[in-house]
Design a protein. Structure first.
Length: 395
């Protein structure tokens, strides 16, 4: 498709809408972190159930992403973008008025479906609007919305809860969703778009062993913050008497550390090699987990969370250019297929993290559960490096 016929105004409008949509999605995703565990506990459920509650977002995201990706190619981008907005608004209202645990699960799942619609249709819209040489830049701008939303979501949620009680954060999020919806209605204009890539491209890439070993790194990297979500707030609030507002600030720390260190990590991985950078990141993350569980000082937890954020970034950031390189060398000539695998792996990590964290903490306590997570990461590091050493020798 020739993007040159599309006006600059349409391009700018699309970029504004998609960036705000992703920001809103990630803001609401993080908003619930300092609030839901305590509220769910007050409904009489176990730590395992809380882990499932947080994991239900990723399950819904995983299931809905391919469905709405195909659908947006058939019906255009504007319709799905509006459906995603309605889903998000419905989820926030359901959170606000939920009186039973199953209602929270439905709200969290609906939030995941909404994210699947918004992300697939949103990035497809940017691909429709911009020529290939500009897509990397504009998608990077849109992803800035993800970082900002992720960063401030827990903080906003914690402080609004502390100021106004349980319902206020969700009603405020509903208001933001309404503003987002107005922009989607008036600024999005459907444009002709290319047909989706063949599923065969993804299947061919899945035969690549180098890619599969990196998929494991993506799963681990995505699961790291999700392990903390259903477990650390209760540890902070009950074990250290930390307020919801401070809990939200603490959850913002690894995201901020990740965002600030990302450019340095990108340059470092280019110099020392992507695989070495991934290994360093996983080691740092593994070391941090036991220290978080054993810390009795809020300041010590904050310091360790800084290093955890850097570890996450060092593990995940090199995966993206490595996926692109593998896609080029495989001859598929399809970055879309390779990054769809990346997104699927990330969803799996988001599913595993809270579920594993909740189950382990319920049966072992937070110290042993975080220690088990660290051991799992270290075991994968050994496997990862043995495989890479063998691959280099046989290359």
């Amino acid at each position: 498709m020739e993007n040159q016929t599309i006006s600059k105004q349409s391009q700018r409008n699309g970029l504004i809408v998609v960036t705000l949509a992703i920001f809103t999605d990630m803001l609401v995703y993080g908003l619930v972190v300092p609030i839901l565990p305590g509220y769910a506990l007050s409904l009489g459920v176990s730590q395992t159930a809380i882990g499932f509650l947080f994991g239900s977002y990723a399950i819904a995201l995983f299931v809905a992403t391919p469905i709405f990706g195909i659908l947006s190619d058939k019906v255009g981008r504007k319709g799905p973008m509006l459906w995603g907005l309605l889903g998000l608004a419905g989820a926030t209202l359901l959170y606000a008025f939920a009186k039973q645990f199953w209602m929270l699960v439905v709200a969290r799942s609906l939030q995941g479906v909404s994210a699947a619609i918004t992300w697939t249709a949103g990035f497809a819209l940017l691909a429709d609007l911009y020529p290939s040489q500009e897509r990397g830049k504009v998608m990077g701008i849109a992803l800035a919305g993800q970082s900002i939303g992720t960063l401030i979501g827990p903080t906003v949620g914690g402080w609004l809860y502390q100021i106004g009680g349980y319902q206020v954060p969700f009603l405020a999020a509903t208001g933001l969703a309404i503003i987002d919806g107005i922009l989607r209605i008036f600024l999005i204009k459907d444009v002709p778009h290319e047909k989706s890539e063949s599923v065969l491209s993804s299947l061919n890439l899945l035969k690549n062993r180098r890619l599969l070993i990196i998929v494991g790194v993506v799963i681990i990297g995505a699961s790291i913050p999700c392990v903390l979500e259903p477990t650390l707030p209760l540890r902070l609030q009950k074990g250290m008497n930390v307020s919801s507002g401070v809990t939200g600030l603490l959850f913002a720390i690894p995201t901020l550390a990740y965002a600030i260190s990302a450019p340095v990590i990108g340059s470092l991985s280019q110099r020392i090699g992507h695989y070495k950078a991934m290994t360093m990141g996983m080691i740092l993350a593994a070391v941090c987990f036991p220290f978080i569980a054993l810390s009795n000082s809020v300041w010590l937890v904050a310091i360790v969370l800084v290093f955890l954020g850097i570890g996450m970034g060092t593990a995940i950031t090199p995966c993206l250019p490595e996926f692109a390189e593998i896609s080029q060398k495989s001859g598929t000539n399809s970055f879309g297929a390779s990054f769809s695998i990346y997104n699927t792996a990330y969803s799996i990590g988001m599913m595993i993290g809270p579920t594993l964290g909740g189950i382990l903490t319920n049966y072992l306590g937070i110290v042993w559960s975080y220690s088990v997570v660290a051991i799992v990461i270290l075991v994968y590091i050994i496997f990862f490096n043995i495989y890479n050493h063998h691959a280099l020798k046989t290359a």
